[in-house]
Design a protein around this ligand. Sequence first.
Ligand SMILES: [Fe+2]
Length: 330
Amino acid sequence: MAEVVTSLEDATALAQASRPSTPWSHARAMRDKLDASLQKIADGHQNSPIALDDVRAATSLLQRLCLLESDAMLAVPLRLTGGRYGVRHSLATAIVLELMLTRMGTSPSERRTAMNAALTMNLGMHELQEQLYAQAGALSPEQRASVLDHPNVSVALLRGAGLEDRMWLALVTQHHEHLDGTGYPRKLSGDQLWPAAQALMLADRWCAMITERGYRPGAPPDKALQLIVGRTSGVADTSIGRALSDVLGPYPPGTPVRLVNGEVGIVCRRTYDPSAPVVRVMHPTYGPKGPNGVNRLCIESKLRIEACIPAAELGFPIDTEQLWPANGPL
Ligand SMILES: [Fe+2]
């Protein structure tokens, strides 16, 4: 039954209770809002110019969250569930991209434009992306043609919504192009590719690789990073591969891991040493001493990370609100 609001105080309390208050409640609210906005642009809805403004608003908030709560936001690619796969993927890619471009010294306004591109890059295959999420078999010739053309269709939809931003449109066009001209749809190469487009492509790949599909689990984050950075040559500038590596490290926040002492936990915070993050270990025997588990700084030899593990091997549910509370009022 709907709650009855009888006074101004009740109304204020209700508004505060329903307002996102942690980095992760913001991320979930953003996922749901983007779901509706991207659908409008993909459908060529008459309100698609307003939906574009919603995308810009999401980007501004995302940039602030990445600045203030970068570890919580970096866990989004691995831990955000629910809603459409395509929306989760775009949100995850935008977060990794923002942190890479910050590392590369890109200005805040250019980073916002790049995030706008990340959120809208796959509009041209909005429905197909959900089909492919669940499809184990090879692509049909029609599906393949749609995949190869989707950057062009995305640009057409964005123009149809009234977008004229040259950089935003160029990044969407270029998000599958390679430095050596082997990408698609235009086989651009070398200086024709914007550095931010190369960063977008690598962030897109990593997020796709670590995410489960309907028919297979996601790759462990350390293996995915190794594969992508190892194959950067010819695809993107090696300095951009390094930016990806610097931001993520082998064990980014949200990664389930096993330590050499046998304990299992979730990476919750990065440190100055990419291979030695802080891991929240949960164990029934800690009981009242630490109902939320204990943090292990994985730098001592007996506390090093041995391996990434599937989340199912943790033996406890992952509570994102508990793992990444707000650093302060949001
Ligand atoms: Fe794409």
